[in-house]
Design a protein. Structure first.
Lengths: 158, 756, 287
């Protein structure tokens, strides 16, 4: 218990297709919950205030900044992170395209971009360049200038 | 042994294999600094000064240390007192004392965010709450926040006991840490003879590298006084060196394991959290991890210097440059080093000017201590020089590229700091720019939309440091090769290094498996910075590969009972000169070799390489009612020597250009009068987003360098130099007036338009 | 950050109880895109966060005879992915699709944007020019106020202890009415407005029958520029008349200089954006 006796909350959630029961402090973010409680560090913290998208996850089909979602809100939800994109058969086409198009340099923003781009392609199979840029406006990259990222998303949509 | 390989024969170099660390990075498995978890690990938080300039009178930790969940508290008293001895490595300087005090302030805080104390606790939130309970008694002092304020007579002095070096003379009671002058030829005469002299002054705000991953540090200080560090760093050895100095331990007692790094651009060369994590670990008897918040990164890591630059150039009536003068004043922040020597080196670097005089000031201000940011010092001076060049062209009615070609720096041109250039490729870059589709295309200056359009061009330069790298190779029984190296990989360098070894060995890029290893596992390797990595560590890989071939040849000779000089190794196949039946692939050799492990080890300590020149072309569109500026077309041309992995070279060009675009249009440290940064978040520190940019065309010009067997030149830093002046020149082309301060924001453009 | 407890009431009354009990130590959680940032930034200290998204009225969307009523916690994407809302209220959609990027729009709500009461909010001006109303529940029952009365100061709303915003009502209009919202930002997304304007217009026989203009980021609260709005009534929406109303709006604006903009730039922008949104609104009616 913390200084003012706030207790952890038990929640049941589904992450990348696996059901889990976890204990979370009610005041911590979903980002922190994924990284510290569940132990999945693929989702990254860049700013912790919803301005960089490095923490993007998919909740029930919609992409969100997990730093601005409370861990307790995961109750009853289906959460998809970057760790869930590849299957035993291989990489998701987006992951493959990012590698082939050299769409990552340091790679820290890559999980966020992949989760965001996947949500786009799941709903709009053949987006234009402009649409891709608009959709990815909430994901910051400092290394690439976005050029190869946009090309990779286009390639994966083919 | 070191020979030039023929360009056309390359099998691996110039191809685009998937990078070896790619699979881990696209699946989220790759372990970055904040991802590591050690058994029993606890978390640290730091207390930072709210004041830009203050004396620390008292620190009261009595309440904080008793809080539930707190393990240990530290202040600068827990660090050894260091001397004024200079540190003297290439990417960082200043004294040991300064290094330590920047990590944690002793008597004085010199910038908002300066660390004053730290706490370790069972979780991050507890540590952060506890830190709030430390009470510090400050005597607040007046801050100086730019070069003018700092250099004014009677200005508050940051370091009372500091002795500045002004033209070799020791000077006390000054905020000018260093004042240097560099002279070649006779500029008075040059300017006297000039037909036209143009002088411009530019002002730049502080900007930040903006890497998405905040600084981190995880440490264990064990009972044998050995410290193990895990961190995201651009240089494990530099990190080890700094940590051991701050903790006053022998270097051999510190081991740094580099984790993957989420961007650096120079900013992750200095140490911030690692020594704190180590001391807290010692006091807590646990591994301790610290991670900066985004606000901390802006407030208290190492931004790029703002400042003022004056450039004056005199030309004859044909446009030939006769003399150049520059006055460079850059903000070092709270501790010395504002990269003025590099700035002086770069200011006239693109031109052949017979007489040059450069005065450069390294100025202390109450801002976080500057760290390198991609070609530190060069973008600032390029803004001034390329503005003057643009103005001269317009005044003389000369073509913007022809003028540059008339004055182009080439092999043999004497540089401002003395040495003459070896083989460089600026001329080829300018010629390629002239022929480029972008330059040849027509820009509709006044489209129906009512927006104003303009085109700008500018050049820039960065040199490549050489320095030390080591590489180890080991042949696996399946014919693949393990490569270990110490250059932390920010942008795909482990692939380029492996490719160079693969080229020599005649195997596929995938057959050489690179790893970036810790300071106990490889020879000394200098930082991933200064555009040196593909060049120097690649060169070490090249050497190690040749040595491995010697080993293979030696053992193959034993297998076949021949003398060594009868063995041929070519394209991954071992054969005999004398007996055509004798033939083994590398895999077959590795499988049957009974003569022990096949390993090699090589190192380099290289001189500076002849650097890379770039020229950028930008088309802008400006909304004349609001001042909003959009980049509608952008082309980067650069002499890349030899592109080992072209996709990652293109990536460096696009990434550097984008940082420059942000620097030009929107990025700045918006300071309050009290010297605090008001916009310390990604919301208001505005870096370009995907929707702000078009595709960025890259044209790789290859003028192989004489300094590397494959002709490699460092490419990473040059691309940030041209964008600010290119954009400023484009704005001038669009609206007929220059904005000579960064950022060139909408309000400035609108004000200009209204005043015209 | 001060640790807080999480509550997820299932009814309006339950929520009111909790909010009343904790007073200013509790805040509602809709999308969390403001409140979580602010509590971490220590703007206030909370003992409780009250997640109102499990109360049906807070996320429902209903067309009554006279109104579109949507819950205060309805995420922006629900509005702009609804073809009927897009057709009826393009001016509201302008706002909903501008607040942050896609990730933010998956969670952020116009209700939250309104209660956050930032002077530069992207949602409030549009609601003002649509004559939207707030449905507020509290210990004394339910009350309704016009949207323009909700913001009483920078970051301060008109809710008192135990009250929270349940839903927003937008009066249905006919095809003679439309609206537009435009903001100026330095980049192309992800920024707080330097200045912004929403304008609504209805036309009758080629003349302006109703007009509302609201300004953001140029005062301590979003400003309903009544004087400027009145100037067009009864007149034709000509370039000249629109220009005059826009100049008036510029006069009404009372911006400050801060890290996002200067007084001068903001005033200039208000004039430009008023002109553009009025013209756009007229164009949308014409279509």
């Amino acid at each position: 218990m913390t200084q003012n006796n706030v207790r952890k909350v038990a929640i049941n959630t589904n992450i990348n297709g696996q059901e889990m029961d976890i204990l979370v402090d009610p005041y911590v973010s979903l980002l922190e919950t994924l990284r510290e409680v569940v132990g999945m560090t693929g989702t990254k913290e860049g700013c912790n205030d919803g301005n960089c998208g490095a923490c993007t996850v998919n909740i029930d089909g919609r992409i969100v900044d997990s730093c601005l979602v409370l861990g307790v809100e995961a109750e009853g939800k289906n959460i998809e992170t970057v760790e869930g994109m590849a299957t035993p058969e291989g990489l998701h086409p987006l992951q493959q395209a990012f590698l082939e198009e050299a769409a990552l340099q340091c790679g820290i923003c890559t999980p966020g971009f992949l989760v965001s781009a996947k949500a786009l392609l799941d709903n709009e199979p053949k987006p234009s360049e402009d649409r891709i840029r608009h959709w990815l406006a909430g994901n910051l990259c400092r290394c690439t200038g976005y050029d190869k990222i946009v090309k990779a998303v286009k390639k994966a949509s083919d | 042994m070191v020979s030039k390989s023929k360009k056309s024969d390359y099998k691996v170099i110039g191809t685009r294999p998937i990078r070896h660390d790619g699979y881990d990075k696209v699946t989220g498995r790759a372990q970055y600094g904040a991802d590591i978890k050690l058994p029993g690990m606890i978390y640290g938080a730091v207390l930072r000064s709210p004041h830009a300039h203050a004396k620390i009178k008292k620190i009261d930790i009595s309440v904080a240390e008793k809080m539930k969940g707190v393990f240990a508290v530290m202040t600068a008293k827990d660090l050894p007192r260091l001397s004024d001895k200079q540190r003297g490595n290439s990417e960082e300087s200043g004294s040991e004392k300064h290094l330590s005090e920047n990590v944690m302030a002793m008597d004085k805080v010199l910038y908002k965010g300066h660390v004053v104390a730290a706490i370790s606790a069972k979780d991050v939130n507890t540590a952060r709450e506890a830190v709030k309970k430390i009470v510090v008694d400050y005597e607040v002092l007046k801050p100086v926040i730019n070069v003018d304020q700092a250099m004014k007579k009677g200005a508050p002095i940051l370091h009372e006991d500091f002795v500045g070096d002004h033209l070799g003379k020791k000077v006390k009671n000054t905020n000018v840490a260093t004042f240097n002058k560099y002279t070649t030829g006779n500029t008075d005469e040059g300017f006297r003879k000039a037909h036209l002299i143009i002088e411009k002054e530019v002002e730049l705000q502080t900007v930040h590298q903006g890497y998405i991953e905040p600084h981190n540090g995880t440490a264990i200080w064990d009972e044998d006084d050995r410290v193990k560090i895990w961190t995201s760093t651009q240089g494990s050895f530099a990190n080890r060196d700094s940590v051991s100095k701050v903790l006053n331990l022998d270097v051999s007692r510190v081991k740094v394991t580099p984790l993957e790094i989420g961007g650096g651009f120079g900013g992750k060369i200095p140490v911030y959290l690692e020594p704190i994590a180590a001391v807290l670990s010692k006091k807590s008897r646990r591994p301790v991890q610290l991670v900066m918040s985004r606000t901390d990164v802006f407030d208290a890591s190492g931004p790029a210097p703002g400042g003022k630059v004056i450039v004056k150039i005199g030309v004859d009536k044909d446009g030939k440059m006769l003399a150049g003068y520059a006055d460079i004043r850059l903000e070092a922040g709270g501790y010395p080093e504002a990269f003025i020597e590099a700035a002086a080196k770069c200011v006239f670097s693109c031109y052949d000017i017979p007489a040059m005089e450069i005065e450069a000031y390294d100025v202390l201000v109450n801002k976080p201590s500057s760290a390198p940011y991609r070609a530190p010092g060069s973008p600032q001076v390029a803004f001034a020089t390329e503005t003057v060049v643009d103005e001269i062209c317009r005044k003389l009615n000369m073509d913007l590229i022809d003028f540059r070609l008339l004055n182009v720096a080439e092999k043999g041109t004497r540089t401002a700091l003395g040495p003459k250039y070896r083989k460089i490729g600026l001329k080829q870059v300018l010629e390629a720019a002239k022929k480029s589709d972008h330059w040849q295309s027509n820009l509709e200056k006044n489209p129906k939309s009512g927006k104003l359009r303009g085109r700008g061009i500018a050049s820039g330069y960065w040199f490549n440091i050489g320095e030390k790298s080591a590489v180890n190779l080991s042949l696996n029984m399946d014919g693949t090769v393990i490569l270990t190296e110490g250059s932390t990989d920010i942008g795909g360098s482990r692939a380029s290094i492996a490719m160079q070894a693969a080229e020599v060995l005649g195997v596929k890029a995938e057959s050489v498996r690179p790893s970036v290893v810790d300071t106990d596992s490889i020879g000394h390797t200098d930082v991933t910075g200064g555009s040196r990595t593909t060049y120097a560590t690649g060169y070490a890989a090249y050497k190690a590969a040749h040595m491995l071939i010697d080993e293979i040849t030696n053992k193959a000779a034993k297998i076949w009972d021949l003398s060594e000089d009868e063995i041929i190794y070519s394209d991954g196949v071992i054969s005999s000169k004398t007996d055509s039946e004798l033939r083994m692939t590398l895999r077959e050799f590795a499988d049957k070799n009974p003569f022990g492990p096949v390993v090699s080890s090589a190192s380099v300590d290289l001189e500076e390489a002849a650097g890379g020149f770039g020229t950028h072309i930008v088309d802008l569109e400006i909304d004349p009612e609001t001042g909003k500026t959009d980049v509608i077309r952008y082309t980067v041309l650069q002499d890349v020597g030899k592109a080992i992995h072209p996709a990652y070279v293109e990536g460096q060009l696009q990434g550097g250009a984008t940082q420059g675009i942000g620097w030009a249009l929107n990025e700045e440290y918006f300071m309050s009068d009290q010297g605090t940064m008001l916009n310390s978040s990604y919301l208001d520190y505005r870096m370009p987003i995907a929707l702000d940019l078009p595709m960025i065309e890259t044209i790789l010009v290859e003028v192989p360098s004489e300094d590397h067997p494959f002709g490699v030149r460092g490419v990473g830093e040059t691309p940030i130099c041209p964008p600010v002046p290119a954009i400023s020149n484009a704005v001038n082309d669009a609206i007929g007036s220059r904005i000579l301060s960064t950022p060139i924001k909408a309000s400035k453009i609108l004000n200009k338009l209204k005043s015209m | 950050m001060h640790p807080f407890d999480y509550y997820d009431p299932k009814t309006v009354d339950e929520a009111v109880e909790i909010l009343k009990k904790f007073g200013d130590k509790a805040k509602c959680l809709a999308g969390g895109t403001d409140v979580l940032v602010q509590t971490r930034g220590e703007r206030y200290e909370l003992d409780a966060i009250v997640d109102i998204k499990k109360i049906p009225e807070l996320t429902s969307l209903e067309w009554t005879e006279d109104y579109l009523v949507f819950g205060a916690a309805t995420p922006c994407y629900v509005l702009y992915e609804d073809p009927k809302v897009c057709e009826a209220f393009p001016g509201i959609i302008d706002s909903a699709s501008l607040i942050g990027g896609i990730q933010i729009q998956s969670r952020a709500s116009l209700g939250g944007n309104l209660c956050n009461a930032s002077p530069s909010a992207d949602g409030i001006c549009s609601l003002i020019v649509h004559e939207a109303e707030c449905v507020i529940a509290g210990p004394n029952g339910v009350r309704e106020i016009p949207v323009e009365d909700m913001c009483v100061g920078p970051g301060k709303n008109a809710l008192s202890n135990g009250e929270f915003l349940v839903s927003i009502k937008i009066p249905l209009k006919n095809s003679t009415f439309s609206a537009s919202y435009e903001r100026f930002i330095p980049r192309n997304e992800m920024d707080i407005a330097v200045a912004a304007v929403a304008s609504s217009i209805s036309l009758e026989n080629g003349k302006v029958a109703s007009c509302r203009i609201a300004l953001a980021a140029v005062g301590p609260t979003p400003i309903f520029a009544e004087e400027a709005s009145k100037m067009l009534i009864g007149k034709e929406p000509t370039e000249e008349n629109i220009k005059n109303a826009s100049s008036k709006a510029k006069e009404i604006a009372t911006p400050i200089s801060d890290m996002r903009g200067t007084v001068e730039h903001r005033k200039d922008l208000i004039e430009v954006l008023t002109r553009r949104t009025l013209s756009k609104a007229v164009e949308r009616v014409g279509v």
